[in-house]
Each structure stands twice: as structure tokens, then as C-alpha cells.
Design a protein around this ligand. Structure first.
Ligand code: GUN
Length: 296
């Protein structure tokens, strides 16, 4: 039997997708089908898997999707030209450029080129700025938005909570911290961001009521770093060698799940925790982009 303190990301994501079905039907009734364009550069195996899952979610919700694959060696100019076409395409309400991008391409330039109203990833500086300002009119990055939703729907109190975010990346750590410190419902927390230069990470972690591990280090969070009863969210996806596995490797999170689970108040399994929520929030952003683009 599954331990009772698991936060079931798959079930909560399914609930959100169910709610979206009605919004997609309402759009359809007035002749609008939400459309999402994926752009993938190169053949990174993880990116292929992630984009594949997102395409499948679109198909299940009857969101139109198209995937553009550019070669690893493509120029930034080529990618920007594709984005200009997608920006101008009325069928496309959302655009997602899968990260990471090859070195010759400047990520900041790419994410600034996607129109803010089509930026369902929430990576455009305008949307990042709106998040910082507490302006709900922008699009918010899918993984941190999914974590917040996961905690809210699991009745985790964020108001006044001590939250420690491990990792300061632009995709998860920084936007997560910005979200949870807003003076809003399901936020209003005291947030600490820890990173590679943090002195005594363990001491910070042990204070946390909610510990969010998003630094990309396999099984970094050990049992002695967690306050008993704390809520632990594992965002990590790390491939580690495992000679006993058929493929020679396996995926592990940023949390030493086997040892942390027994002392956590609540914990996300990995897989089956944060991942499905990221996809659900992408669908939600896409439906919203289509609603906003066609509501005049
Ligand atoms: N790579 C890892 N996470 C993400 C994400 O949320 N969006 C995009 N575009 N790329 C990613």
C-alpha cells in the first residue's frame, strides 16, 4: 500500500485537466480551438520525452498542437524566424520553446521574442516582471505554478509558513520563491532560497515547514535535513548510473525518498508528483491564452 502521506500529483493533475475540458468545450462552442506550438532544438532525449508528454496532453484535451524540430546546429536567426512566424499565426495561442537550448543560442533572446500573450511558459521578461509585481494578468511558469496548486489542493497552509527553496534557476527556484512570498491566498510565506554558495544548507532546511528541492542534485535532501512533519516537494529529475537496471541507469529525484518519506508530514512521489502538474498548468495557460486572444 502507498504511504498515507503521499501527495498524488497524478490525481490532482487529472482533476485540473477535467476542469479544463469544460473551458475547451466553451471555446469550441464559439468556434475556437486552443493551439499550442512546440519548438524543440536538437535531439536531447529528456526534451523529446517531455515534449512528447505535452503533445499527448494536448491531444487528450483536444488542443491543437504542432511540433517544430530544428537541428542541434541551427542558428539563433533560424529559431527567431520560426518564432516570428508562430507569433503571427492566429491558430497558435501558445508557444513553448523546450529548454535546454544549444550553446550558440541565447536563451534570453529567444524567450524575449515569444509574444508575452503567447508565452505559456511564463519566461518572457514581461511575464517574469508581472509575477514579481503580484500581477495575476501574466502567465506564470508551469512547474512552480503546479507546485503551488498541488500544495493548495492538498490543504497545506502556506500563509506564514517557513518555505525553503533549494535551487535558484529561472524555471523553478526563482519563480517559486517569487510566487510564495506574495501577499495572496495560498502564498504569504517566509521564503528562503538556498543555492550552491549557501553556508549550512542543512540548518536552513531543518527550519522549513515546506521544503522544495529543485537544484538538480540526485538525492541531495537526506532525512537529517528535514524537520519531522514538514511538507517535502521533489522537483528533481536526475539520471544516475545503476548497473542493476536494464538500461544501466535510472531516474532519481533531489530527495532521498526512502529515508525522508517516513518523517515527512506530506511528500510528493517522484515520478507522479510535480511532473504531471507541470503539464496540467501548461494546458491551463494554453486554454487561458486562447480565451484571452478571442474574448473581444
Ligand atoms: N525544460 C525544463 N522545464 C521546462 C519548462 O517548464 N518549459 C520549457 N520550455 N522547457 C523546460
Amino acid at each position: 500500500m502507498a504511504p498515507a502521506n503521499l501527495i498524488d500529483g497524478r490525481a490532482i493533475a487529472a482533476q485540473i485537466l477535467g476542469e479544463l475540458t469544460q473551458r475547451v468545450a466553451a471555446l469550441k462552442a464559439r468556434g475556437v480551438q486552443p493551439g499550442l506550438a512546440f519548438v524543440r532544438v536538437g535531439e536531447d532525449p529528456a526534451s523529446k520525452v517531455y515534449v512528447g508528454r505535452k503533445e499527448k496532453a494536448c491531444a487528450e484535451l483536444e488542443i491543437f498542437s504542432e511540433t517544430h524540430v530544428l537541428p542541434e546546429a541551427t542558428s539563433e536567426k533560424n529559431l527567431l524566424a520560426l518564432l516570428a512566424r508562430l507569433n503571427a499565426d492566429a491558430q497558435v495561442h501558445g508557444i513553448l520553446v523546450q529548454a535546454p537550448l544549444p550553446r550558440q543560442i541565447n536563451q534570453a533572446t529567444v524567450y524575449s521574442t515569444v509574444l508575452p500573450q503567447k508565452d505559456v511558459d511564463g519566461f518572457h521578461p514581461v511575464n517574469v516582471g508581472k509575477l514579481m509585481l503580484g500581477d495575476a494578468g501574466g502567465f506564470q511558469p508551469c512547474t512552480p505554478a503546479g507546485i503551488r496548486e498541488l500544495l493548495a489542493r492538498s490543504n497545506v497552509t502556506m500563509d506564514g509558513a517557513e518555505v525553503v527553496v533549494l535551487g535558484r534557476g529561472n524555471i523553478v527556484g526563482k519563480p517559486m520563491a517569487a510566487m510564495l512570498c506574495q501577499k495572496e491566498k495560498h502564498a504569504n510565506a517566509t521564503v528562503t532560497i538556498c543555492h550552491s554558495a549557501t553556508r549550512d544548507i542543512k540548518a536552513h532546511c531543518r527550519r522549513a515547514d515546506i521544503l522544495i528541492a529543485a537544484m538538480g542534485v540526485a538525492e541531495f535532501v537526506k532525512a537529517d535535513m528535514v524537520k519531522p512533519g514538514a511538507v517535502v516537494v521533489d522537483v528533481g529529475v536526475n539520471r544516475v548510473n545503476d548497473p542493476t537496471a536494464k538500461s544501466g541507469s535510472r531516474l532519481v529525484g533531489d530527495v532521498d525518498f526512502a529515508n525522508v518519506q517516513p518523517i515527512a508530514g506530506k511528500i510528493t512521489p517522484n515520478p507522479g508528483g510535480v511532473g504531471p502538474m507541470t503539464i496540467a498548468m501548461l494546458m491551463q495557460n494554453t486554454v487561458r491564452a486562447a480565451e484571452l486572444a478571442t474574448s473581444h
